[in-house]
Design a protein. Sequence first.
Length: 256
Amino acid sequence: MSLLQVDGLSIHFGGIAAVNAVSFAVEAGEIVSIIGPNGAGKTTLFNMVSGLYRPSAGRVLLDGQEVTGAPPEALARRGLSRTFQNLQVFQQMTVLENVMTGCHLAEGGGTLGGWLADLLHLPASRAVTRASRERSLALLERVGLADLAGRDAGALSYGQLKRLEIARALATTPRLLLLDEPAAGCNAVETQEIDDLILALAGEGLAILLVEHDMKMVMRLSNHIVVLDRGTRIAEGPPETIINHPEVIAAYLGGH
Ligand code: ATP
């Protein structure tokens, strides 16, 4: 049984199939990448797997159990977490507080607003806050940002913000992490740091589903690649197969 199984997933927007009957699986500790030209449906597929969009057809299974259409909080409690293509960091909070927002969700604490209210006013929540704080510091250590815990997130470099997002996504203790363009906008050094972090996390048994435009990074990291073009899966396989696949080459060169 696969950790994640995506089975014939489709979604239509105004009669147009943004994703059309896409299937693939992710096993524990595996890095699977979704690639394809702009508009191929990669983020839309992510949004269905992570519970943001309800598919028009098809199923999402975690550990063999159907979770299609389950909300992101429920998926987080079952071990699925994600980051977003555009940074979702709270710039005016500290680095540590940003990760603590993720811990609060993991503890089933509900909304971010509730967490802030807890943090600021309610004595009963202090024990939870202390535990979250320790866990968050450990996660910051994990992504190499522990020294910056007390800084305002707004003061971080772009690459550091990308790693902060990964730390926050790890706060829910996922077994499957969806990373939407983790290296977008990063320079070569920052990309290498993210690259190393992804490999280390997978080495610890975390499964990773990756959307990324940096093909060198995709080829370096992936165990398996799924190629989308105009919503349809046109190829899948290990990097060495994909890089020489005629349909993939044609799709990237716009030859259709
Ligand atoms: P990129 O690499 O540029 O990020 P992508 O492969 O992630 O592209 P998507 O963003 O998933 O592609 O978009 C796939 C298609 O679905 C596009 O044609 C897009 O315009 C359409 N689409 C995505 N979300 C919506 C929406 N909420 N409403 C209508 N159309 C949408």
